[in-house]
Design a protein around this ligand. Structure first.
Ligand SMILES: Cc1cc2nc3c(=O)[nH]c(=O)nc-3n(C[C@H](O)[C@H](O)[C@H](O)COP(=O)(O)OP(=O)(O)OC[C@H]3O[C@@H](n4cnc5c(N)ncnc54)[C@H](O)[C@@H]3O)c2cc1C
Length: 523
């Protein structure tokens, strides 16, 4: 494979990128390969992926957020087939247990609360009644939250007038099966795969661009554009290009995880559960064939052995393996795109998995790269635009994650005391203060999480507005109460009529032999 040098190309404006090499075959590498194979015409761009079986993948990362559906739709994957092949389930929410205080739990659902009236947000009317203690919890006004609570699932109704249309969902899936599926997809569309360990990255003396990779076999591989999906180490972006890392561990203290898989147990829940523990939190991700679980913790507060004991004491069913220890540092690369290398996935940074945002960051990294796809000039203005966008994605997600730790009432361990007392970035402090005043929420430009997400977690963590938007007074208390009750009843009836999550999967996308349901039609 040959590669034109950007310095040569500078004399030939507009000259196309012809060869891409993706380094790494984890979720990030195969997502990139699949997307490129779908979007970039193979007669114009040749894509090659290198991965090492010896090094392997991180192998966790099984909960997602709703935009993953757009990614799969871009690939034109059939949703039922995708769920069957990845043994996936639907995800409507995250249940956060013991985060606010021990014994308390709430849902962070994928969907909005109630319906706004005349430009005033629903939660303002809710708070107006809540301040008089005249209203049930806000979850009762949210379809995905109530469906999650009752282990129900149905895809959203097409009719926008129906409350059943107000449901968003994502998936839980087996990460290794997703990578297999994407690999097949990409290879069928012309991506070539090379198995082998990269030992060296050669940079061009004249401009520091990546020139070639040397494999253990002695083979040399060149390309015009390199996508670094090599995992935490950042083989090209950090080890060769040395862009630097912005360390956020003072804001997101967890630096370790013990991951394990267990036998399926109990009802098939359509949500991820996150249970706060003394020095971190434990996840629970139900798949069709097993339950993924693990303890994310801070090694500053608990030893690996203590963390393992906590995890093993809190397994709900027999483990299928020994726990695997993973280490990480919260933060991001100072540049995501440098010269002719773009880092995706763990190579680009790490935000802990509490809100399942890593795969999403891979997705937006890919789609933004395609939107700013370079020519051989590697115009710095496009690179800067990409880096600005990804920086804002990382920073706004970081703030949202920090909210969960900062807004806690827990005081039962040094870990939670330190989280509660920590300084937060101005961007988060401002959001919390604004909400505390009159329940106002705003979204920074390009921010992933919407107002409804912030409202769910702020209220869930018991950050209560001191007052409500006075415009909510345009309806008197009786009218507001009647309106809220109408919504609550409509949601209850909708959720009551939904099948259970288990039955919905059996009918539409069961991985094993499906249980025959007479008269069943795909949903
Ligand atoms: C505890 C934990 C829980 C997580 N949970 C979630 C979640 O619920 N949701 C979510 O969205 N994300 C989650 N993530 C993040 C998610 O796992 C990753 O974003 C995702 O798996 C992508 O990983 P990756 O492809 O970047 O890296 P990896 O899976 O580490 O892949 C790296 C690849 O690079 C290759 N490689 C490395 N060095 C070389 C070399 N020298 N030569 C050749 N090949 C090489 C390896 O062979 C491998 O193929 C979690 C992460 C952790 C740590």
């Amino acid at each position: 494979m040959s590669g034109l040098h950007a310095s040569q190309a500078a004399r030939a404006p507009g000259e196309r990128i012809r060869n891409i090499v993706i380094v790494g075959g984890g979720t990030a590498g195969w997502m990139a390969a699949a997307a490129f194979s779908q979007v970039l015409p193979r007669e114009l761009v040749n894509t090659r992926l290198i991965e090492s079986d010896d090094i392997g993948r991180v192998g966790v990362g099984e909960a997602t957020i709703p935009p993953i559906r757009t990614f799969n739709a871009m690939l034109r994957l059939d949703e039922n087939d995708f769920l069957r092949r990845t043994k996936g389930t639907f995800k409507l929410a995250i249940e956060l247990v013991d985060w606010t205080r021990i014994g308390h739990s709430y849902f962070h659902p994928f969907g909005e609360f109630g319906l706004d009236i005349e430009g005033v947000q629903f939660h303002q009317y809710w708070r107006k009644l809540h301040m008089r203690r005249e209203v049930p919890g806000i979850e009762e006004y949210c379809v995905p939250a109530m469906a999650a609570r009752h282990n129900k699932f149905a895809r959203p109704a097409a009719d926008p007038a129906s409350v059943a249309s107000r449901l968003k969902y994502a998936y839980h899936f087996d990460a290794s099966l997703y990578a297999v599926m994407l690999r097949e997809y990409a290879e069928a569309r012309g991506v070539t795969r090379t198995e082998g360990k990269i030992l060296d990255v050669k940079l061009r003396a004249e401009d520091g661009f990546v020139d070639a990779l040397t494999l253990e076999s002695g083979a040399t591989i060149t390309a015009d554009l390199f996508i670094d999906c090599s995992g935490f180490r950042g083989l090209i972006i950090e080890e060769a290009l040395k862009v630097g890392y912005e360390d956020w561990s003072h804001w997101l203290p967890n630096d370790s995880a013990l991951a394990i898989q267990c036998a399926s147990h109990g009802e098939l829940t359509p949500y991820t559960r996150s249970t706060a523990r003394a020095a971190g939190w434990q996840w629970r991700i139900p798949l069709q064939h097993r339950v993924g679980t693990g303890y994310v913790f801070s090694s500053r507060y608990v030893s690996d052995d203590e963390a393992a004991a906590t995890l093993m004491a809190n397994l709900e069913s027999p483990p299928l393996m020994d726990p695997r220890l993973l280490r990480f540092t919260a933060g991001r690369r100072k540049q995501f795109w440098s010269r002719n290398c773009v880092a995706l996935g763990l190579a680009s940074g790490f935000l802990e998995p509490l809100e399942s945002t890593s795969i999403h960051l891979v997705q937006v990294g890919i789609t933004r790269l395609l939107a700013l796809f370079p020519d051989m000039n590697f115009n710095p203005v496009e690179i800067e635009q990409y880096n600005r966008f990804m920086t804002s994605q990382y920073e706004t997600i970081r703030d949202f994650l920090m909210l969960h730790f900062k807004a806690t009432e827990r005081s039962d361990s040094d870990y939670w005391n330190d989280c509660r007392m920590m300084d937060v970035p101005d961007s988060l402090r401002h959001k919390m203060e604004l909400f505390r005043a009159q329940g106002r929420v705003f979204r920074y430009e390009d921010e992933l999480f919407a107002e409804a997400n912030w409202i769910a977690v702020l209220l869930g963590q018991n950050v209560l507005p001191e007052s409500y938007d006075t415009l909510a007074d345009r309806l008197d208390t009786v009218a507001v109460a009647r309106y809220l009750e109408h919504i609550r009843t409509a949601i209850k009836q909708t959720v009551d009529a939904m099948p259970t999550h288990h039955d919905y999967i059996q009918k539409n996308c069961a991985a094993g032999p499906a249980v025959a349901v007479p008269g069943a039609a795909a949903g």
